[in-house]
Design a protein around this ligand. Structure first.
Ligand code: GDP
Ligand code: ZN
Length: 398
């Protein structure tokens, strides 16, 4: 009999917020482990990428309490599994806004972590909230973290600032959960808020698969025998449909102007291999492509599907553009004709130029590399401002 395959997470939850406010600590408290060691990657100077961490939440059958561990903290009963979720952790460092924006493509909902001991909003707090709004992510839970560092008066003031910020961005009632994450305080309440707020997307196996690639690897050790060589591995999230071992897939836009056709040799999640993958969490696909094609995240930004499902790649796109104009924490550069911009299309980031304005809010962009884009897809537009790329506008492809 076939071995039962490990259960996949059923929802991707973004973990966003200003640097040092406690995202990694909150994820650790919710999962019992850390997401990708971003600081390690930073030290080694390798590319910073999205980290995923799976967590299982439990609900006590006796007193109804939620918990990140099976044993109920109230009555000691072993709880039932409520849901398996995957946290997508986007590093909050200044230059990595593009990573966060790529991540937003994969998020079904988000947890926004805000430290109680600093005035709110801090720049990344606001920018991330703006990105959530622009990406159409409506189901948000706010963590007011580090409450151990402030007195009651300060905590209330900070709570009021958070409420005002949320309202400013059209988020009327997200739950705001006070925590001291590094002491594990109030994490049960956070689990309850997540379970009550962020829904799992509905899965439809009849839909054609679409996957966004967030990373890629060459998994072979140096000196391996040629016949043991394994193909490029792609990691990312399926956003609809299903993929199976043996499926013929198309990777698009591909490399050097050519789509890549390949076969699924193996499918994995963190907990083991799968026969079939569906949306939720990070999946990886072993392909039969030359392993060198996938090394060092070379395939980040690609999309995976079946032949004929996705539109042809393009190097010029027309977008209806909404300029952000104003943020509380900084000025926002305006997008104008002849500007250099960085567009985030799905998990792909490409450099481009604004070639012309065709209508009041409609601009044409020439891109340095091809992208795959579908009708109504949102695109984040960043522009250089001093030393950094700033989120400046959003576009919709139509
Ligand atoms: P990130 O940059 O948002 O991922 O933040 P980290 O999770 O790395 O946390 C930044 C620092 O704040 C670390 O030194 C944590 O130990 C500390 N920290 C996180 N949560 C709390 C908390 O609730 N209370 C206190 N006092 N420190 C915290
Ligand atoms: Zn209980």
């Amino acid at each position: 009999m076939a071995k039962e395959q490990p259960a996949q997470a059923e929802v991707n939850i973004g973990m966003v917020g200003h640097v040092d406010h406690g995202k990694t600590t909150v994820v650790a408290a919710l999962t019992g482990k850390r997401t990708d060691t971003h600081s390690e990657e930073m030290k080694k100077g390798i590319s910073i990428r999205l980290g995923y961490a799976n967590a299982v939440f439990y609900k006590c059958g006796k007193c109804g309490k939620y918990s990140p561990v099976p044993k109920c903290s109230e009555c000691g009963t072993a709880g039932k599994v409520s849901r398996k979720v995957s946290f997508v952790d986007a590093p909050g460092h200044e230059t990595l806004m593009a990573t966060m924006l790529s991540g937003a493509t994969l998020m079904n909902g988000a947890v926004l972590v805000i430290a109680a001991n600093e005035p709110c909003p801090q720049p990344r707090t606001e920018e991330h909230l703006m990105a959530l709004k622009m990406s159409g992510i409506k189901e948000v839970v706010v963590v007011q973290n580090k409450v151990d560092l402030v007195d009651k008066q300060k905590a209330l003031e900070n709570h009021k600032q958070i409420k005002n910020l949320l309202k400013e961005y059209g988020y009327d009632n997200p739950p705001i959960i006070p925590t001291a994450a590094n002491f594990g305080i109030n994490i049960d309440a956070l689990v309850e808020a997540i379970e009550g707020t962020i829904r799992s997307p509905k899965f439809d196996s009849a839909k054609k698969p679409k996957m966004f690639v967030a990373r890629s690897f060459d998994i072979n050790r140096p000196g391996i025998k040629p016949r043991e060589l394994r193909g490029s591995v792609l990691g990312g999230s399926l956003i609809q449909g299903e993929l199976k071992k043996g499926d013929e897939i198309v990777i698009t836009p591909g490399l050097n102007g050519k789509k890549l056709l390949t076969k699924i040799i193996g499918l994995r999640v963190e907990e083991g291999s799968l026969e079939k993958a569906r949306p939720g969490g990070l999946i990886s696909i072993e392909t039969d492509l030359d392993p060198s094609l996938g090394k060092s995240d070379e395939m980040k930004g690609q999309m995976v599907s079946f032949a004929g499902v996705l539109p042809e790649p393009v190097t010029t796109i027309k977008l209806s553009v909404e300029q952000i104009k104003r943020l509380i924490t900084r000025t926002v550069p305006e997008i104008k004709v002849n500007d250099f911009v960085v567009l985030t299309v799905g998990t792909m980031t490409v450099i481009g130029t604004v070639v012309k304005q065709s209508k009041k809010n409609e601009y044409e962009f020439a891109l340095r590399e091809p992208v795959v884009i579908e009708k109504n897809q949102r695109v984040a537009i960043s522009k250089r401002d001093g030393n950094s790329w700033r989120l400046a506008a959003y576009g919709t492809f139509n």
